[in-house]
Design a protein. Structure first.
Length: 166
């Protein structure tokens, strides 16, 4: 997959540019212009190196968060202003951006991690009840054969019983 440079401005504009569009400069050089900064676009908020399978998380100063696929943003020239990535209120601005890498999108969740499904529900992953019942069954058979002083209906206090027959 081809790597590109993604930039986002504070007023919601963003774009991708080919990495080859950025020439190598020498020490003391003036740099390379990457975004047409205007009053309409605002200042540059973030720059990330991305590939087609990645996603982009955008967080605004008012707390709105969106996640969009990077392939939804077309590759443009280096010194253009970009396209509107997120619609913002007049007072709101983009606070931060983050890249979600493609390999992380396919990583299974671990026990205790949160899974946000497309239906708006948040489910916490728990160990399967099947494995828990197996473990508890093993523990109960081990305990019953090894410890005659366990809490049972015949011995609710769990005190050691005299095993002699009278």
């Amino acid at each position: 997959m081809k790597e590109s440079i993604l930039v986002v401005s504070e007023k919601g504009y963003g774009k991708r540019s080919d990495l080859e569009d950025y020439r190598v400069t020498n020490r003391g050089g003036k740099g390379v212009k990457t975004l047409q900064v205007t009053e309409k676009t605002g200042e540059l908020v973030g720059i990330k190196s991305v590939i087609d399978g990645d996603d982009l998380m955008i967080i605004t100063k008012k707390g709105t968060t969106i996640r969009i696929p990077v392939d939804g943003l077309r590759v443009m020239g280096r010194a253009t202003q970009g396209v509107k990535v997120i619609r913002l209120d007049d007072e709101d601005e983009i606070a931060s951006i983050a890249k979600v890498e493609e390999h992380l999108l396919k990583t299974p969740l671990m026990e205790g991690e949160m899974d946000v499904t497309g239906d708006g529900n948040i489910d916490e992953l728990k160990p399967s009840s099947e494995s828990n019942s197996e473990n508890s069954a093993e523990n109960s058979t081990e305990n019953s054969s090894e410890n005659p002083s366990d809490n049972t209906p015949e011995n609710p206090t769990g005190e050691a019983q005299d095993q002699t027959n009278e």
